[in-house]
Design a protein around this ligand. Structure first.
Ligand code: GLN
Length: 380
């Protein structure tokens, strides 16, 4: 393997899912719903295939999808963006992140990350040759240590790569935190890459896109996808929204990474983005109920559970159970208890910082969640 990827192992999600299957464990690890997305979207995909929408799409997106994305962005943020010049459809948000890094970051540029961070951020930054500066968010509330953040900016800082609602903690950045990030980025002429794939799973407060803050749109790439909002994580339809000068970089990388993404899935995505408001309300209501089952259950089992405002994840402190670290705990949980969770130490630059924390996903039907809690009550 190339030197720039030498330190990365098989992703933790793959590792834990494989181990879970081997032991017949209930998977509250990898974040994928164990139920399907809505029929009207699946039918739109079947129809698109039957209608012969099966050859390469336009590289930066089926025009109607670019328009649907810009309409939704306007509804969500009030920002009016040109679907032709400011929206790029990618193979999931993960590709949008990779294309943004490879298209806009030079080797040696410093990029600030908030740890714990989604694992692909570090690997993609490494592929781009960036120097990573980590700022650690600490329990119980995972708020941004503002002084540390200020101190992290240097003349070489090119960008911040952030995520709200935040995987794995469920933290949502407050308006004050976003304003501080914004003013530091404006002052230091720094870009923001904002991964907002959990924006529709915001329970305790309203999601705010940092691009909507004054002076920020021109320096922000906002990324999102279909997967979480429509329970279709396998479709890999994502997008990046940015002003033309940044979109150019994203598109250049995207053109040579994947060129274009699945045509029929893009046509179905157009149908998805036309979902009525009631769809989003129902989604949130269903997830709030699932979250309550999981959080209440984990507390009864004996975990310290940290408040999660958004996403379909919660983090918990496993130390009451006496295992040496998060990896040992998750292995024990799979092998002896029959439940998969994700150890969080892999999401830190310094793994020590995550050794007490594990992440549970509640994107599962209620019986599955109850079943997992039952196993933990009996065997932990
Ligand atoms: N985003 C999901 C998670 O955080 C799945 C990740 C993956 O399998 N690469 O669990």
């Amino acid at each position: 393997v190339a030197k720039r990827l030498e330190k990365f192992k098989t992703t933790i999600f793959t590792q834990m899912s494989i181990l879970g299957v081997k032991h017949g464990a209930i998977n509250l690890g990898q974040g994928f719903p164990n139920f399907d997305g809505p029929d009207f979207i699946k039918e739109a995909a079947v129809q698109a295939i039957k209608d012969g929408k099966n050859q390469y799409a336009r590289a930066y997106g089926v025009p109607e999808l670019n328009s649907a994305i810009s309409t939704r962005f306007q509804e969500d943020t009030g920002l009016v963006v040109d679907p032709e010049k400011e929206v790029t459809v990618t193979s999931g948000c993960t590709e949008a992140i990779a294309a943004s890094m490879l298209g806009l970051i030079n080797p040696g540029d410093e990029v600030i990350l908030f740890a714990p961070f989604y694992d692909s951020y570090e690997a993609t930054l490494s592929m781009a040759g960036a120097k990573i500066k980590g700022i650690t968010l600490r329990p119980p509330d995972f708020s941004i240590p503002l002084e540390e953040l200020k101190a992290a900016f240097t003349k070489n800082t090119r960008a911040i790569l952030m995520n709200t609602p935040h995987n794995p903690t469920g933290k949502m950045f407050t308006r004050e935190e976003l304003e501080t990030i914004a003013s530091l980025c404006i002052e230091n002429d720094v870009l923001v890459f904002s991964d907002e794939v959990y924006d529709k799973l915001a329970f305790e407060m309203d999601h705010i896109s940092i691009a909507s803050l004054p002076g920020m749109y021109e320096r922000t790439v906002t990324m999102n996808s279909l997967g979480k909002t429509f329970s279709l994580t396998g479709w890999k339809i994502g997008w990046a929204i940015a002003p033309p000068h940044l979109t150019w970089g994203v598109r250049q990388a995207h053109s040579y990474l994947t060129f274009a993404t699945s045509t029929p899935a893009q046509w179905a995505a157009i149908a998805a983005l036309k979902a009525p408001e009631s769809y989003y309300k129902e989604l949130k209501r269903d997830y709030a109920a699932k979250k309550e089952i999981l959080v209440k259950g984990l507390k009864e089992v004996g975990f310290t559970v940290f408040p999660s405002s958004g996403t379909y994840f919660v983090t918990a402190d496993h130390t009451p159970f006496g295992l040496e670290n998060d990896i040992a705990f998750c292995e024990y949980l799979i092998e002896e208890v029959g439940v998969v969770a994700i150890p969080t130490s892999v999401f830190y630059l310094n793994p020590e910082e995550g050794k007490n924390l594990v992440r549970f996903a509640f994107c599962k039907d209620e019986d599955t969640l109850r079943g997992a809690i039952e196993r933990m009550k009996q065997k932990l």
